[in-house]
Design a protein around this ligand. Structure first.
Ligand SMILES: Nc1nc2c(c(=O)[nH]1)N[C@H]1C(S)=C(S)[C@@H](COP(=O)(O)OP(=O)(O)OC[C@H]3O[C@@H](n4cnc5c(=O)[nH]c(N)nc54)[C@H](O)[C@@H]3O)O[C@H]1N2
Ligand SMILES: Nc1nc2c(c(=O)[nH]1)N[C@H]1C(S)=C(S)[C@@H](COP(=O)(O)OP(=O)(O)OC[C@H]3O[C@@H](n4cnc5c(=O)[nH]c(N)nc54)[C@H](O)[C@@H]3O)O[C@H]1N2
Ligand code: SF4
Ligand SMILES: [Mo]
Length: 898
């Protein structure tokens, strides 16, 4: 029986036919979702009394999307969901339609495993030592406790740990602002993105003496720190790096060379539709350079160019080789010499920065003049698997006379030893090809909703006006090395993402406080993570659902979802749309807002709660919405978006001044989706780097020289100082045989495979936004999250689609069902990112979390190498697919259900 059918029979068994059944029949699988809450209300007949209404609600996933979601709400109960229908759909003014995850939101908000009340792990008691029974974390039973008991216990146990071991014994889950972010320190915690909800809780611990923090490049990989150093992109006011032209200009591109760009899976649907399809329709030819033949390639009619994970640097170096050796300014102009001369440094011996070894210039390095290794297409083919002829063809596409977009996702940057990737991308696309600063030409990171689209936001959400309390503890551990550091009690301090000179420090962490982020599934070496959790005196988690962080804790505090909070406006990094989500119902069961929890704890510690939360959730909502600004037609001026009358303000019970905006508060709350419609002739277009290209000296980039650095002194200097591994100042392909392609061989020269013959990577996948949504059985069923394996490899291992396979390496073992396909290149397997791990008694992860197989490995700029793992694959006895298994549930919640 499918989950949909199960749910139906479940519901009718309960005699719950009224409000939901009609919806079920009318809307089908994805629109189901009758909560336990609904059930109760239906049984008491309350649903009959109120007229339902459509309300916009947020989808607060950490996916980069920003989609319209409307809930048909009757007295706090969501009968069904629909998506953006506020205006007709067109490429210039697209509807922002929700994906299946968004349309499954009510399964999340009203899910069975939604944490309903504070809980304590049965065999844990405060006080440390024998009271802890840490080994039982993840397998112990749970008991329901009251909020007062829970808060007293959390406050007292943290006090005990602080007084006994100091604040350096408390690890906080939220990444704190770093002085390396483009976002202003104060603005960071106010970052109006849904997913960072709860992050501001770091203030609470900081007021009580501070916490150990952690820092990593988890998301952007080598694109986190390197672009700024080498002069790739300009800083934008919205808080990021600006590399690409506006999406309307992308339609002028004749070619798009896409290196690991898959908006079909890892952006919301609007992006592939409204940004890329018009490019296709205008005749753009696409190349998708990717280990997988993606759905993106399929939709765009792209040519799939299979490439081994982690080898893009070699591929791009060979493109540079072809351009350098075959360029002739008159008969075969491939290189934009004007750009090389005016906008870059380090191309040849004459343009090297002062004091640098002139033999290490880019051109001679590519040609292999001094190291004897020509980085030609034949050299690259051996490494990356792309035929030399295809490399040559793409190098020509990248030539200066074509209108070309060279786009790169972050997946290729989430590999070990790819610290030079942004630099070689910039070298080939911007400097040699000249694809930047003019219409139809662009080079840069392209992912989430900024895929093929750059420029500042046209709507700027306001701030919640929360303060930002600095952390008195300066300890900060690198994410990839976090769990070993905690287990071994020592680590190397490099500042908060600052590349300071490494300083050996002892550290004795006793407590983990999870208030934001998914510490266990986002950080590598999960098995060590579990060991670290089990070593703690105390682990406390704010949780919406009973996710792995909660499962391995001692106390779980239920937080409410944004559907249960005052209206809020959100926007990710894209430009044209923002969303105002209304409140659907009061906090469900006993869940509370983070503001409430923070205030309660501070009061218990004798600290004025106003220091962290000077305003109520309602007041924060008002500040955020009233502070939101939208661009005028002139493309320059911003004005308030929402009109608030004195009556609105009085009705909200908040403090504030009336203001004139574009839309009344009432209408905004009806509409939800706020957009800036676009047209080719509007004033909102954007050409990245236009000023720099015209006058580089007057408009310097963030690099040391202010230009694009093909030789980057700082890259070498900063990484030598930090000590994770020195990054070459000139692009270099590195494969030191610890992981990556060569490590799959026992003997590379003889091409004899070793014990882990496959390269393994983690594509971001439609089932989840990271680990968010992995508890939804309907999504598990719709998107199986298999292990993708090529036909060729599967045949040699006797594996067929649906067979259960064990994926293993030195760090852990994962169980999945195989999907045998000719859409992944041989020698490479794909394990989609986002699984909730689920350990069986043999230590196999039945949930298939990528973090189970990732090692504590880093290098260079501190990159997390999720996409350069190696593994073996073996067929094993069948196990049920994960949509057929129930999601984890604490006993005491099950009892409550009976
Ligand atoms: N192996 C591997 N690891 C990866 C990646 C990979 O490709 N492979 N990708 C990396 C990337 S790109 C990123 S950005 C990170 C993302 O890592 P995270 O940002 O840590 O991932 P999420 O799962 O989105 O974490 C959010 C958690 O908050 C919970 N949650 C949801 N809503 C609320 C709420 O309203 N309040 C509270 N308190 N909690 C809530 C969710 O259940 C979820 O567990 O992961 C990185 N880790
Ligand atoms: N459904 C869903 N969407 C998401 C997320 C999610 O968890 N789920 N997470 C969001 C977040 S926070 C982020 S940062 C973005 C991530 O966005 P990306 O980093 O762009 O997404 P990925 O899927 O990791 O990688 C994109 C493509 O790169 C390919 N690839 C992987 N490794 C390599 C490589 O070494 N070389 C080459 N050439 N290609 C490679 C993959 O096969 C995939 O097709 O996605 C966002 N969107
Ligand atoms: S999960 Fe992301 S893409 Fe899907 S509806 Fe929600 S915000 Fe949009
Ligand atoms: Mo990310």
């Amino acid at each position: 029986m499918s989950n949909t059918e199960k749910r139906l029979s479940d519901l009718s068994r309960r005699g719950f036919i009224g409000a939901c059944a009609a919806t079920v029949a009318a809307l089908g699988a994805t629109s189901l979702g009758c909560s336990e809450n609904n059930v109760r209300m239906a049984e008491t007949g309350e649903l009959e009394e109120v007229e339902p209404e459509w309300k916009p609600v947020v989808c607060w996933a950490h996916c980069g999307g920003k989609c319209g979601l409307k809930a048909y709400v009757k007295d706090g109960t969501v009968l069904r969901l629909k998506t953006d229908d506020t205006h007709d759909d067109s490429f210039n003014h697209p509807q922002h339609r929700a994906c299946l995850r968004g349309r499954s939101r009510k399964f999340d908000v009203f899910s069975k495993d939604r944490v309903r009340f504070p809980m304590k792990r049965k065999h844990w008691q405060p006080g440390g030592g024998d009271n802890v029974n840490g080994d039982l974390r993840g397998i112990d039973e749970w008991e329901r406790i009251s909020w007062d008991e829970a808060l007293d216990m959390v406050a007292d146990e943290i006090t005990r740990i602080k007084e006994t071991y100091g604040n350096r014994a408390i690890l906080g889950s939220g990444q704190q602002p770093t002085n390396r972010t483009y976002v202003d320190y104060e603005m960071y915690i106010d970052f109006p993105d849904f997913f960072i909800k709860g992050l501001e809780f770091f203030n609470v611990l900081n007021l009580y003496g501070g916490q150990v923090s952690h820092y990593g490049t988890g998301s952007a990989g080598s694109f986190q720190n390197v672009p700024e150093l080498v002069g790739f992109g300009t800083a934008n006011a919205g808080g990021g790096i600006d590399m690409l032209n506006d999406r309307l200009d992308a339609r002028n591109c004749e070619y798009a060379v896409m290196v690991g760009v898959n908006p079909a899976w890892s952006s919301d649907g609007t992006t592939l539709w409204a940004n890329f399809v018009p490019m296709r329709d205008a005749g753009c030819k696409f190349y998708c350079i990717d280990p997988m033949h993606t759905d993106t390639a399929e939709v765009l009619g792209a040519e799939w160019v299979p490439i081994r994970p982690g080898t893009d640097i070699a591929f791009l170096m060979a493109c540079a080789y072809v351009m350098i050796t075959e360029d002739d300014p008159k008969s075969n102009p491939l290189i934009d010499w004007d750009v090389v001369n005016r906008c870059s440094i380090g191309f040849d011996a004459e343009s090297m920065p002062e004091g640098a070894d002139t033999e290490r210039n880019f051109k001679d390095h590519i040609l292999g003049i001094y190291d004897g290794c020509a980085k030609n297409p034949e050299w690259a083919e051996e490494i990356c698997g792309v035929p030399a002829g295809k490399i040559r063809e793409i190098a020509y596409v990248l030539g200066m006379e074509n209108k070309t977009a060279l786009l790169c996702g972050w997946g290729p940057g989430r590999c070990n030893d790819v610290d030079n990737l942004p630099q070689i991308l910039m070298a080939v696309g911007c400097v040699l090809g000249g694809h930047f600063g003019k219409s139809g030409h662009m080079t840069g990171s392209s992912l989430r909703d900024t895929s093929a689209s750059g420029g500042n936001a046209l709507i700027n959400p306001g701030w919640r006006k929360l303060p930002c309390v600095p952390d008195p503890v300066d300890d900060c551990i690198q994410d990839p090395l976090l769990w070993p550091a905690i287990l071994e009690g020592r680590y190397v301090y490099n500042g908060l993402g600052q590349f300071l000179e490494g300083e050996e420090r002892e550290i004795d962490v006793r407590c983990i406080y999870n208030y934001s982020l998914n510490m266990l599934s986002r950080t590598e070496d999960q098995i060590k993570g579990i060991e670290a959790y089990r070593k703690m005196d105390f682990v406390v988690t704010h949780a919406l659902t009973f996710n792995p962080n909660a499962q391995y804790s001692d106390i779980v505090l239920p937080v409410c979802s944004p559907w249960e909070l005052p209206p809020q406006l959100g926007m990710f990094t894209g430009r044209e749309a923002a969303f105002l989500g209304d409140k659907v119902c009061d906090p469900l069961w006993e869940s509370k807002s983070v503001t409430w929890i923070g205030r309660e704890l501070l009061a218990r510690w004798g600290i004025d709660p106003d220091l962290a939360y000077p305003y109520s959730d309602e007041q924060q909502s008002f500040y955020q919405i009233s502070g939101t600004q939208i661009i005028e037609d002139d493309g320059k001026t911003f004005s308030p978006l929402v009109t608030f009358t004195a009556e609105d303000i009085a009705a909200l019970g908040v403090e504030g001044e009336p203001q004139e905006g574009k839309i009344s508060y009432r209408d905004a709350l009806k509409q939800g989706v706020i957009t800036v419609p676009r047209s080719e002739s509007d004033n909102h277009g954007h050409i990245a780097y236009e000023a720099f290209r015209t006058a580089p000296e007057e408009n310097p980039l963030a690099s040391e020289s202010g230009k694009m650095e093909l030789y980057c002194r700082r890259l070498e200097e900063q990484t030598s100082r930090a000590g994770w591994g020195v990054v070459s100042p000139v692009p270099e392909y590195v494969d030191d045989q610890k992981f990556g392609y060569k490590a799959t061989f026992a003997n590379y020269e003889a091409r004899e495979k070793g014990p882990y013959p496959f390269q393994l990577f983690n594509p971001h996948y439609p089932r989840t936004a990271h680990a968010h949504f992995d508890n939804i059985l309907e999504l598990r069923e719709a998107f199986k999250r298999p292990l993708f394996i090529s036909l060729e490899d599967a045949e040699s291992l006797g594996i067929e689609t649906g067979d259960t396979v064990l994926v293993e390496n030195d760090y852990g073992r994962v169980v999945r069902q195989a999907c045998v396909t000719n859409r992944i290149m041989p020698g490479v397997v794909g394990l989609p990112h986002g699984g909730w791990f689920e350990m069986d008694e043999q230590g196999n992860d039945l949930g298939g979390s990528g973090a189970t197989l990732c090692g504590s490995v880093t290098g260079g700029t501190g990159v997390s190498g999720y996409n350069t793992q190696i593994c073996s694959v073996t067929k094993v006895d069948g196990s049920p697919e994960d949509w057929e298994r129930p999601v984890a549930m604490p006993e005491c919640q099950k009892d409550e259900e009976e």
